[in-house]
Design a protein around this ligand. Structure first.
Ligand code: PEP
Length: 255
């Protein structure tokens, strides 16, 4: 089963509008070197339109995504952004359940599950993040934690919806720390996630789902990760803020 690799940049709460426009133009202009890979940019919500406009101006096929979304389509939810609003601005993706939202904003698996269903209902592809903390890994709880997050975050999804999602395995201890999981550590958890997806639906569905690795991915460690059979791309934080680094990672996944 061949899954098209997908590399997404999570810009988090970084850059100003001019920088967002410039970074988009730089990535789009040099994207040709990694054409086999699907690329997605996830800017801060306020810059989604700016980035979408820059991508359109460059006639780029790079996808646009949000970093979070509410689980209701509209209503009295001050400060929130809904799935249809992201779609309205040209988004096709949304990152959900990032560890920063799980820890800093108290998002539980149930919250991630509701957002995942709402995103799918609006036609967005959710990039659903899971991953263990250092304490959990050291306590030998990685498999239990990741299994619980996969089952909880994806509960009740139909096979057709499961096929559409992307899962990102992001060990919390590797995010923004410079400590990347070894390719073997990552592969082991990716295989576990795929087996959990099979348990939720079927082996055939699980074989279609793309599973990204995230956590200090850089151009110089991406090729070893990309060589693993169950690693189908990367969710990139820090390195996505530099066009050369982001495209270097994309190139590694292009093979
Ligand atoms: C992330 O936050 O999703 C991430 C993977 O960050 P970094 O690449 O900076 O570790």
């Amino acid at each position: 089963m061949s899954r098209r690799k997908i590399v997404a940049g999570n810009w988090k709460m970084n850059l100003d509008r001019t920088q967002a426009r410039e970074l988009t133009a730089a990535v789009a202009a040099r994207r040709g070197t990694a054409a086999a890979v699907e690329l997605v940019l996830c800017p801060p919500a306020l810059y989604v339109e700016t980035v979408g406009t820059a991508l359109a101006a460059a006639q780029s096929d790079i996808g646009l995504g949000g970093q979070n979304v509410h689980d209701k389509p509209n209503g009295a939810f001050t400060g929130e952004v809904s799935p249809p609003m992201l779609v309205d601005l040209g988004c096709r993706y949304v990152i959900l359940g990032h560890s920063e939202r799980r820890t800093l904003c108290g998002e539980t698996d149930a919250v991630v599950n509701a957002k995942t269903k709402a995103a799918l209902a609006a036609g967005l592809t959710p990039i659903v993040c899971v991953g263990e903390t250092l304490a959990e890994r050291e306590a030998d709880r990685t498999a239990a934690v990741v299994t619980g997050q996969v089952q909880g975050s994806l509960a009740g999804l139909s096979a057709a919806d499961l096929e559409k999602i992307v899962v990102a395995y992001e060990p919390v201890w590797a995010i923004g720390t410079g400590k990347v999981a070894t390719p073997e550590q990552a592969q082991e958890v990716h295989a576990l996630i795929r087996s959990q997806l099979a348990a939720l639906s079927s082996a055939a569905v699980a074989a279609q789902v793309r599973i990204q690795y995230g956590g200090s991915v850089k151009p110089d460690n991406a090729a070893d990760l990309a060589a693993q059979p169950d690693i189908d791309g990367a969710l990139v934080g820090g390195a996505s803020l530099k066009a050369d680094d982001f495209l270097g990672i994309a190139k590694a996944f292009a093979g």
